[in-house]
Design a protein around this ligand. Sequence first.
Ligand SMILES: [Cu+2]
Length: 139
Amino acid sequence: MPQHKSGRSRITPAAAAALAMLAAIAVVAAACGGGKDNSDDALTVGGMNETVIMDNMQFEPGNLQVPVGATVTFTNRDSATHDAQADDESWETDNLENGDSEAVTFDAAGEWLYKCTIHPAMKARITAVEPAAWAESND
Ligand SMILES: [Cu+2]
């Protein structure tokens, strides 16, 4: 039997500190990695004034259709700070804390996938359609 060499396999204080730091980073990374992609949820057909709630690391409704000219108000009800930014960066909100809201008006037809830049896995979709198309999908 090889003689146990005292200290050889013990964790040094520096190593322990490094491990503690890695554990802390892992916790933060897990928090930052949160978020759910709701962009392919069943379509919600909305009107001229709609609200998208940010809560539980999700946008709700996640797949919203509005008529051209509609205003969508993003409201954060989560403990985490969120924003909303179109993937093509044609529109975005400021960082919204719990209780904050910001309105975005959709003046042109289009379809936008968007995300929270703080939690990029938190994704959703907004489609703005001409009123005739909106009425059709609303039948
Ligand atoms: Cu977020």
